[in-house]
Design a protein around this ligand. Structure first.
Ligand code: ADP
Ligand code: GLC
Length: 476
């Protein structure tokens, strides 16, 4: 099958979170299973800078009255997966993030920037494709490509089927209805049975309404988003399309995230010998200004600092954990208030708490590898990748039983336990779970069993990629 994977971020070109990792790894797994998969990505400056051997393959106007854009063709570094780059510098070549400017506000023309991405995705799946390739299935990811299924449905000619994957239902791409005209959408689709959502033009709602199939990134989250509590207003639509909704658990790139070969690590290891992990821990402690203490349980966090991730719950119980002898390393950025509270904690506990507020790929691998216990107390978590990275690196995760965390981590009480699972979204419940993990760590033997179970667990993409293929086959 010819599959177009439309995405707004992809590792290692541009990344704000797990979507970038999925966009890099799933196409490779689909390709390995014999599919002709190509990625479509906006031509942000970072993408243009990092991609070599780009070739212009088409020039065309996306919306009436708009200047022409170029479509470039290239190959992803390392994997060689074919990628189409939507080259429209006036929209994508900007300093700061893909969705926001430096002070954290959304780019005011995001509707046009991602409406254009959606429209080009739909074009590549229609008989009017600007290149000599037409997708059978357009696979959309989150709201940024959510209008593609709408454009496909409105196409008169033969066109591709569409799959909409929800990576996080909180991000919906809701805009003023005045964007309908510039985005070449008929007023008639501004309807409850169309793109309208509470008086706004909603990219995600459009995707959920028009796509042939809806997927989210874990079976548990597929159920949770059909409830008022976690559906963010989309639960009614999702429930009405229940038969078309499924959950396919994300995998991880097992080459990129492999403690035996990881180039970001100072000492590498595998499940047959964990000793170098301890050497790495001592080096990391020194590097971050923590007391170099092999015995102190080192708790690790790598995360967007947002309400979703439950890291405010952690702040409440940290003093007790630190007073009990634990150390903490945090790598993350996000909400200003959380950043500030974590930085204050670091100044209160010099040598015991390290907080780094920035995006740092190399450090993220080191924290994952050299912490003893990884913390992910999310209030909700569509899938989560970090808990899987933690397991693979012999750093058992403490997670809340929600979404993909519930589907990927087995509690230590089970013979095949890979981490520590708690239920209540409260700092008391989190404290109990982290304390249990620390007790287990101090007991050594039982902890090692959990480490090894996690390192040997299959968290790769092959079975989930096959599930996506089966899904494509049911519609094409
Ligand atoms: P989400 O997509 O909700 O942020 P995931 O667990 O799916 O959560 O993926 C997060 C990804 O972003 C992981 O690859 C993680 O290592 C990475 N990440 C998050 N914050 C940082 C940071 N400050 N520096 C480097 N990588 C980060
Ligand atoms: C989103 C979710 C995260 C998921 C990632 C990749 O960012 O918050 O849980 O792992 O997408 O699907």
């Amino acid at each position: 099958m010819k599959i177009l994977f439309a995405t707004s971020e992809i590792h290692p070109l541009i990344k704000t979170g797990g979507l970038a990792d999925v966009s890099a790894a799933l196409p490779v797994a689909l390709q390995a299973l014999g599919q002709d998969v190509r990625v479509l990505i906006p031509g942000y400056s970072q993408v243009l800078d990092k991609l070599e051997n780009k070739r212009k393959v088409a020039t065309f106007s996306v919306f009436p009255g708009q200047p022409g854009v170029n479509l470039l063709s290239a190959k992803m570094p390392d994997s060689g997966v074919p990628v189409y780059v939507l080259d429209a510098p006036q929209y994508y070549c900007r300093v700061a993030g893909p969705y926001q400017y430096e002070l954290g506000g959304d780019w005011p023309d995001n509707a046009m920037r991602f409406g254009m991405l959606s429209k080009v995705a739909a074009l590549l799946g229609s008989a009017d494709s600007p290149v000599a390739w037409q997708a059978d299935v357009v696979h959309c990811n989150d709201w940024q490509s959510g209008l593609a299924p709408a454009y496909l449905q409105m196409t008169q000619s033969v066109h591709a089927k569409s799959v909409m994957t929800i990576h996080n239902i909180v991000f919906q791409g809701n805009f003023d209805r005045d964007w309908l005209g510039p985005l070449d959408l008929p007023q008639s689709c501004f309807d409850m049975h169309g793109v309208e959502f509470h008086g706004h033009l909603s990219f995600l709602k459009a995707g959920l309404h028009y796509a042939d199939r809806i997927v989210t990134v874990s079976p548990t989250y597929a159920r949770e988003i059909q409830s008022t509590e976690l559906g963010h207003g989309m639960q009614g639509l999702l429930t009405s399309r229940n038969g078309d909704v499924s959950g396919i658990l994300n995998g991880i790139d097992e080459n990129e995230w492999n403690p035996a070969t990881d180039p970001h690590l100072t000492s590498r290891y595998d499940s047959s010998d964990l000793a170098p992990k301890l050497a790495g821990k001592l080096a990391l402690q020194k590097h971050l200004g923590l007391e170099a203490n092999a015995e102190a349980p080192l708790l690790g966090v790598v995360s967007r600092l947002t309400y979703q991730k439950g890291l405010d719950l952690l702040l409440e119980c940290l003093p007790k954990l630190l007073d009990g002898g634990a150390q903490l390393v945090v790598l993350g950025s996000g909400e200003v208030d959380l950043q500030r509270r974590y930085q204050q904690l670091a100044s209160r506990y010099p040598g015991r708490v390290s907080v780094t507020v920035r995006f740092d790929e190399a450090l993220s691998h080191q924290v994952m590898a050299y912490s003893d216990i990884f913390l992910m107390p999310s209030r909700f978590e569509p899938c989560g990748l970090n808990q899987m990275y933690g397991m693979r690196y012999g750093t058992p995760p403490v997670v809340r039983r929600t979404g993909g965390l519930a589907d990927s981590v087995t509690d230590a009480s089970q013979p095949d336990g890979t981490g520590f699972v708690f239920d209540e979204p409260s700092s008391a419940a989190l404290y109990r779970a982290v304390s249990a993990a620390i007790d287990c760590y101090r007991g050594k033997k039982a902890f090692q069993r959990i480490q090894i179970n996690g390192m040997r667990r299959d968290v790769g993409w092959s079975s989930s990629a096959q599930k996506y293929i089966n899904l494509y086959q049911t519609i094409s």
